[in-house]
Write a protein that binds this ligand. Structure first.
Ligand code: OSB
Ligand code: MG
Length: 370
């Protein structure tokens, strides 16, 4: 396939409700959509870099620069026959996984369309529906936090993830456990703690959590291994795992017993699948993380989460949990069994709506003929 043009769309979407984590409160979600043209087909990929360098160092600005100045020019007028050819061309790019992943995703969309199959089928998915949960942001009061969770439980989510931070941890988790004694529950600290907080994590051991996500430094695995040796609850790494090698290093030293796989964080669907395979070979469960994606990114997450070793519920909630008017259709809905159905039409299975895109677009840039 000859890649003729790549257009970047910087958009800004108002969230249905503010989302607060240990690194801040967000009311809008900016993102870059990558529109790729090859052989008369169009593929779309979503870049999950944030407004600022809080979850990761990449931002909308760095991704715009890296894709526009380096990644897209490497592909224009090139014959690319597989996603692997893109991975190989990007192999000497250091860092910037979210930028790389978005471009790779746009090509995967075209590649699946060319083969006339869904992305899920193309990558070896084994299920039609994937188990999902909801990641609940921090609320200003405990009463508001419990009310917010109650709304999601009533909506049918069977797994709840609570965001925690120092001063907002054991007491909140205990209150949630008391109200919902049997619900599948996990916490995510987004790196807000240090090893000195081990006693707090030992208290969480009493609360029957599925896992504790990224308690310590965003680059660390050594302290996580020390913490894992002191708690029974599985530690799950998010921020610290940037590639299949990072996953192997972390597992080799028992820094975690579960991995949250995010396509953007690990540099693409190919790397995400490699981490899945590595974890499967070691008997380590994985689940698909979320970055408040639009339906474009969510469709790819669903394809990934349909692989066999995604045995824990993903942070892949219904479209309505994020945005009133998504830029792509169809919207994803929650099934009665706390699952979301994996798209089965050729490509990613979603179509961008031009008028919706225009309504939220901040800027646009085309590399290649356009
Ligand atoms: O740490 O998993 C995280 C959102 C933005 C940045 C980091 C994280 C999250 C979430 C949201 O938890 C998950 C979702 O998309 O529903
Ligand atoms: Mg996380």
């Amino acid at each position: 396939m000859r890649i003729e043009a790549i257009t970047l769309h910087h958009i800004d979407m108002p969230l249905v409700a503010p989302f607060e984590t240990s690194f801040g409160r967000e009311t809008h979600r900016p993102c870059i959509l990558v529109e790729m043209h090859a052989d008369g087909r169009t593929g779309w990929g979503e870049c999950v870099a944030g407004a600022g360098p809080w979850y990761a160092y990449e931002t909308i600005g760095t991704a715009w620069h890296i894709i526009g100045e380096f990644l897209a020019p490497m592909l224009i007028d090139q014959d690319i026959d597989s996603p692997n050819a893109i991975v190989e061309r990007f192999a000497h790019v250091r860092g910037h996984p979210m930028a790389r992943a978005a471009v790779e995703a746009a090509f995967w969309d075209i590649f699946a369309q060319v083969h006339g199959v869904s992305l899920a089928r193309l990558i070896g998915a084994t299920r039609q529906r994937v188990s999902v949960g909801v990641s609940v942001g921090i609320e200003p009061t405990l009463a508001a936090q419990l009310e917010r969770i109650a709304q999601f439980v009533e909506a049918g989510y069977a797994r709840i993830k609570l965001k925690i931070k120092p001063g907002w941890d054991v007491a909140v988790v205990r209150a949630v456990r008391e109200r919902w004694p049997d619900i599948a529950l996990q916490v995510d600290a987004n790196s807000a703690y240090t090893l000195a907080d081990a006693p707090m994590f030992r208290e969480l051991d009493e609360m029957n959590l599925l896992l504790i996500e990224q308690p310590l430094h965003h680059e660390d695995i050594v302290d996580h291994a020390r913490l894992q040796s002191q708690v029974r609850t599985p530690i799950c790494l998010d921020e610290s795992i940037h590639s299949p090698d990072h996953a192997r290093w972390a597992l080799d030293i028992d820094a975690c017993r579960v991995i949250n796989i995010k396509i953007g964080r690990v540099g693409g669907l190919t790397a995400a699948r490699q981490i899945h395979d590595l974890c499967a070979s070691r008997g380590v469960p994985v689940w698909c993380g979320g970055m408040l994606e639009t339906n474009v990114g969510r469709a790819v997450n669903l394809a990934l989460a349909a692989l066999p070793n995604f045995t824990l519920p993903g942070d892949i909630s219904a479209s309505a949990r994020y945005y009133h008017h998504d830029i792509a259709t169809p919207d994803f809905v929650l099934n009665d069994d706390s699952t979301i159905t994996v798209p089965d039409t050729p490509g990613t299975g979603v179509a961008v709506l031009p008028e919706r895109l225009r309504a939220v677009q901040v800027r646009e840039m085309t590399i290649g003929k356009g």
